[in-house]
Design a protein around this ligand. Structure first.
Ligand code: HEC
Length: 132
C-alpha cells in the first residue's frame, strides 16, 4: 500500500535512481533519430553554419564536419570538448549550450545521414507554457 503523504525513503530513492539511470531504450534508433533532429536544429540555431556552412559542409572559416562520423579519432568526448572549450579559431560554446544540447549536437554530427531541419521548426515556434 502506498501512503500518499509520506512516500517511503526507499521509494524516493528508487525513483531518483530510475530517473538518473539511462533507460534501456535510451539509445534505440528512434531516440537517436530524435537526438539527431534536435541536433540539426541546434546546429543551425547556435550559429555553427556561420563557420561550418549549412549542414557542416565547411567554409573558408572552418573545416567540413562531413567526415566526422567515419573519423575514429573524433570520439564523443573530443567533440564535447571542442564544442564546450572551442579550438584554435573556434569559440567556446560552454555558456550557450546545455549538456543535452551537446548530446544532441554530437548525435547530429556523428549521424551518417544528417537530417535537414525544417525551415520553420525552430524552438521558438514551440507553444509557450502559460504562467500560472
Ligand atoms: C567562429 C567560427 C566557428 C563557429 C561559430 C563554430 N566553429 Fe566549429 N570549428 C571552427 C574552426 C576554425 C575549427 C577548426 C579547429 C579549430 O580551430 O578550433 C572548428 C572545428 C570544429 C570541430 C572539429 C572538427 C575538425 O575536424 O576539426 C567540431 C566538431 C566543431 N567545430 C563543431 C562545431 C559546432 C557544433 C558548432 C556550433 C555549436 C561550431 N563548431 C561553431 C570554427 C567555428
Amino acid at each position: 500500500m502506498i501512503c500518499r503523504k509520506k512516500p517511503s525513503r526507499f521509494l524516493l530513492l528508487l525513483l531518483a535512481l530510475v530517473a538518473a539511470l539511462p533507460s534501456p531504450v535510451a539509445h534505440s534508433a528512434v531516440k537517436r533519430r530524435d537526438e539527431e533532429k534536435a541536433g540539426a536544429i541546434l546546429f543551425r540555431d547556435k550559429g555553427c553554419p556561420y563557420c561550418h556552412g549549412d549542414g557542416g559542409v565547411g567554409t573558408k572559416k572552418a573545416p567540413s564536419l562531413a567526415s566526422l562520423p567515419k573519423d575514429k579519432t573524433w570520439t564523443p568526448e573530443k567533440i564535447t570538448s571542442q564544442i564546450l572549450n572551442g579550438g584554435q579559431k573556434m569559440p567556446p560554446f560552454r555558456d550557450s549550450v546545455t549538456d543535452e544540447d551537446v548530446a544532441d549536437l554530437i548525435a547530429y554530427l556523428r549521424a551518417k545521414n544528417k537530417p535537414v531541419p525544417h525551415p520553420t521548426a525552430t524552438q521558438d515556434s514551440a507553444p509557450a507554457l502559460q504562467p500560472q
